[in-house]
Structure formats: C-alpha cells, structure tokens
Write a protein that binds this ligand. Structure first.
Ligand code: SAH
Ligand code: SF4
Length: 425
C-alpha cells in the first residue's frame, strides 16, 4: 500500500522533492493544494507540472473521506458520518462556538474527531465500545476529518439533509466558486507560487497563506469514536500535521485529547513537546464506581491514573479537565461528591458534568434535571470549579458512536430488501 500524502510531514516531502530535483517551492504548492484548497485529486493541482503530478501519484495515495450521512443544522451541532476506503464508518461532530461577547457572531468551530473504528475499552455506557475495536485510524484518516468537514461546509446548505447518502456522495470534487475558503485563499495563492526559493522560505510563505485563509475549524477535541491514546503514534503524527503552520495551523493549546485513563500514555503525552490540553473521562470518583462502568480502571486504578495526571501537570503546568457523565443511580449519588471534589482539588482540575445520552439497547438513564443541578451545587459547595452541560443532547444521537451504530443497524435491516444495498456505494 502506498503511503498517503496527508500522512506526510513537510521534512520528508522536502527530502523527496530534492531527490526528484524539484525546486523547494513545489512542496509549498503541494501543501497549499491539500491544506488550503482541500483538493481531492491530483488533477486539480494545476500549478504542479504534469510530470511531477505523475511522480506523486506513483509514490503516494490521496484518499478522502466519503460522506454517508449528516445530521443537524448549520448553526447547531452537526454530525458527519464518513465511510473509509475499507467501508468502515466513523463520525466527526462540528460544534459552533457560542456567540462571542456582546452578541458578536463568532465563526469559530470545534471539531470532535475520531481516532479508531469502534473501541476496545468497552465502557458500559458507550455506543462506540459496543461492538469492540475494528481497527485504528490511519494518520490521513484523522487529518482528513478536518479537511472533509471544511469541504462539506463550503458547499451550499442544500447539502444539509440528514438522510443516508446515495451512491458515490462525497466523491465529487468541490467547485471553486462554492468554497468560501478556497476563495479566500486563492486570492493569495500567487504569492506562494513565485516568492520563495529555499525550502524554509517556501514553507514560510505557505504558513502565511494558511494563516490568511482562517480555517472554519479552530479547535479540536479528540473525543470522537475510539480511545485516542490507544492509537498513540498515528494520533501524534496527525496532530503534528494539523498543528503545523504549513498544515492545519491549529494551535496545540486549542487541541484537547480525551482519555478513559491510559496512565502510561498520559505520561508519554506529558513528555511531548506540544502543549495539548488533557481531558480525563472520569465518570466515577472511587475505584468501586469506576470498576462498575469502565473496565480500564481494573488495569489502571485511580491511584495510578491520578499519579499520571500529576506527572502531566508537573511537566506541562496545564489545567486538566475531568469529564463526568451523570448516569442515574450509578454515579450521581451524594457519596461521589466528596471523593470527586478531593480528586479535583488535588489535581487542580475543572469538572465538566455531562448528562448521560441514552444509547439504544443499554439500560442506563440520564438523571432528572433537578438531580443534575443538585450534584453541581454539591460540588460547588466543595469549592470545585464545575460546569453542567445543559443542552438537549438526546435529539441528535449526540454521544460518540451513536450515529454509526444507528446507521449500521439500519443498513443491516435494509440489506436483505435492497438489491443495490450499500455494497455498491
Ligand atoms: N475514549 C476517549 C475519547 C472518546 S469518548 C474517552 O473515553 O475519553 C468521548 C467522551 O464521550 C468520553 O468522556 C465518554 O465517556 C463520553 N461518552 C460516551 N458515551 C456517552 C454517552 N452515552 N453520553 C454521554 N457521554 C458519553
Ligand atoms: Fe472507548 Fe471512550 Fe467509549 Fe470508553 S468512553 S468505550 S474508552 S470511546
């Protein structure tokens, strides 16, 4: 299998271009086609000589995610269901920022990114883990979630239907006029075409162009399907590309990695040069409660997890967030409040309370709003910084893995009826 072009960082590309005796500015032109113009095939890279395009095609693949289904409206949370080249399904969720202060509209968006197909960790409440792990996502499959969402959003709102897509949807290329980002960036494209001759100058020009283009996606949360730290190397490479000024240009401080508690990998993350934010899916403040709902806790109990978090804090000096889903009768009782507050104070962590989103086929329920507010108030009384997510999440299969699960179940029902089925898509 050829390496994919979106799994490559700038340095090896520059080395390869030197071997091909290509001037350095060609690398910046290539990167600009990928990360500014979001092209989906080699043909569109019109300022690269044909011989170079042929050489690239011989050495690299250029895979793009294929849109299967989209849910939600443009000004709200939108879920994207993608099909990968092996027909696996994954999800990304695009969340618009709240309007900025003083009512100014804000065009910042947070994208929730998947890192695996399914998940091996089997948390009892989670749709992603229900059918186990299928495979890790490759670097380019993580990177392209950002680019594919921006490609889709640059098309008109007529594409906002929430139905399962028909054959081949998502394969077509983006028309130049349709893309707001393409528009913005093409104006400055000629600059990168001509100004630079050394590799560093070329990449510097590229960075300026990317910066001008101002991405739709400004923040990333690695909280989609899968356990990010179980796909560590691919995730790190993808984040390096999404962070690089010649690539995604998304600041490391705007990238949050969430984990169910893989203590050794948390320590590894602490030793990385980039300053990512860390979120821990705690969901229980005692080993007894965590053991009931999160099998990972038997491998890395709270003592080990908190020691790893302390190490992260010492190395990074950054605040950690605890994600805490409220599940009725499981972890929403008053007996959880004191140990949770003690952990949060010890690690100087902020607590994000999230009302559980019901998953079809699982017995867990969301507590009443009154019970949610009572839990928040009890935590605040313990002098802990906490927030409660108050959105109505149930309506769009909001938790990770739910849209994929629902679609796979629908397809399984549809398959015997339809001769075409999705084998042909
Ligand atoms: N595997 C990583 C990241 C993906 S899960 C982790 O566990 O942190 C992202 C977040 O969604 C986690 O906090 C997870 O516990 C939460 N989650 C999973 N199922 C949910 C549900 N049904 N309702 C609300 N949150 C859920
Ligand atoms: Fe996996 Fe995270 Fe879901 Fe647990 S909560 S099964 S670790 S995706």
């Amino acid at each position: 299998m050829l390496p994919d072009i979106k799994s490559q960082t700038a340095d090896p590309l520059q080395a390869q271009f030197r071997v091909w005796r290509q001037p350095a500015y060609r690398v910046s032109q290539l990167l600009e086609w990928l990360y500014v113009h979001h092209v989906t095939n080699w043909e569109e890279m019109s300022n690269l000589p044909r011989a170079l395009r042929n050489e690239l095609q011989k050495h690299y693949s250029l895979h793009c995610l294929e849109l299967v289904r989209k849910q939600g409206a443009r000004d709200t949370t939108q879920k994207f269901l993608w099909r990968l080249s092996d027909r696996s399904l994954i999800e990304s969720v695009l969340i618009p920022a709240n309007p900025a202060l003083f009512g100014e509209p804000s065009d910042r968006h947070t994208l929730c990114v998947s890192t695996q197909v399914g998940c091996a960790y089997g948390c009892k409440f989670c749709a992603s883990g229900l059918e186990g792990l299928k495979r890790n996502l490759r670097v380019e499959e993580i990177v392209d979630q950002v680019l594919a969402v921006e490609r889709e959003e640059s098309k008109g709102p007529e594409n906002d239907e929430g139905r399962i897509a028909s054959v081949g949807v998502g394969q077509e290329t983006m028309s130049a006029e349709a893309s707001r980002f393409t528009h913005l960036s093409r104006r400055s494209q000629t600059k990168a075409d001509h100004v630079s001759h050394t590799a560093d100058q070329a990449l510097a020009a590229m960075s300026r162009v990317t910066h001008h283009a101002s991405r739709l996606v400004s923040n990333l949360v690695i909280m989609g399907m899968g356990e990010p730290l179980a796909n560590y190397d691919s995730l790190m490479k993808a984040l390096k590309i999404l962070n690089a000024p010649w690539g995604g240009g998304i600041g490391a401080r705007k990238i949050t990695v969430s984990t169910s508690g893989l203590a050794p990998q948390i320590r590894k993350l602490a030793d990385e040069p980039l300053q990512f934010r860390l979120a821990i899916s705690l969901h229980g403040a005692t080993d007894e409660t965590r053991n009931k709902i999160m099998p990972v806790n038997r491998k890395y109990p709270l003592r080990e997890l908190t020691a790893a978090c302390e190490y992260y804090q010492q190395r990074k000096g950054r605040m950690i967030t605890f994600e805490y889903i409220l599940i009725e009768g499981v972890n929403d009782g008053p007996e959880q409040v004191k140990p949770l507050a003690a952990l949060a104070r010890r690690l100087n962590a902020k607590v994000n309370l999230i009302p559980y989103n019901k998953v079809e086929g699982l017995p867990w329920e969301r507590p009443s709003e009154r019970a949610q507010e009572a839990f928040l108030a009890a935590l605040e009384k313990q002098k802990v910084s906490a927030t409660l997510r108050r959105e109505k999440g149930h309506d769009i299969d909001a938790a990770c893995g739910q849209l994929r699960l629902k679609t796979e179940r629908e397809l399984a029902v549809e398959r015997p009826k339809s001769a075409v089925s999705f084998e042909n898509c």
